[in-house]
Design a binder for this molecule. Structure first.
Ligand code: RB5
Length: 159
């Protein structure tokens, strides 16, 4: 799988370890920076680079690392076709792919340690979208929201 990764100064210390791990897992890594530690750099630039790589199909998955993961996810989700989320627990890191077709994982290097980050990345990269009807139905509603076509109707019956 082709995996794009980017980090601002808040995520920079963690990124190198994740690049090595992703390669060791057998994936092809696109490191979209930062390539040097610059305390004045801005997370939207790296989130944009990763999100555009995923949206354009140059990468199947993306990983954005900033201080909290929050700014990276807010910025990445501005790119059409990107479904990004901060996941600091392993369940969300794989279930977000399986149910929601999440394609960008956002991590906060000031929140999680390197070992947990590695587990989160492994869970994210090994997960696949289920393709189940209810997940497709919900994904299509998300896509309609993105396209500005949502009509405001909600399905309220279970499941
Ligand atoms: C940078 O200092 C920090 O604000 C950024 O990495 C991130 O945490 C934003 O969400």
């Amino acid at each position: 799988m082709r995996v794009a990764i980017g980090a601002d100064h808040g995520g920079f210390p963690l990124k190198a370890a994740l690049v090595t791990q992703i390669r060791d897992l057998g994936h092809q890594v696109q490191d979209l920076g930062a390539h040097t530690l610059d305390p004045t750099d801005d997370y939207p630039d790296f989130a944009q680079a990763v999100a555009q790589a995923v949206a354009a199909g140059r990468a199947e998955r993306g990983i954005v690392v900033c201080g909290s993961g929050v700014g990276g996810s807010v910025a990445a989700n501005k790119i059409a076709g990107v479904r990004a989320a901060v996941c600091h627990d392993a369940y969300s890191a794989h279930q977000g792919v399986e149910h929601d077709d999440m394609n960008v994982l956002c991590l906060g290097a000031r929140v999680v340690g390197a070992e947990l980050a590695r587990e989160l990345v492994a869970a994210f990269l090994s997960a696949q979208f289920s393709g189940e009807e209810r997940h497709l139905r919900r994904l299509n509603k998300v896509k309609a929201l993105e396209a500005g076509m949502a009509g405001g109707r909600r399905k309220t019956s279970a499941p």
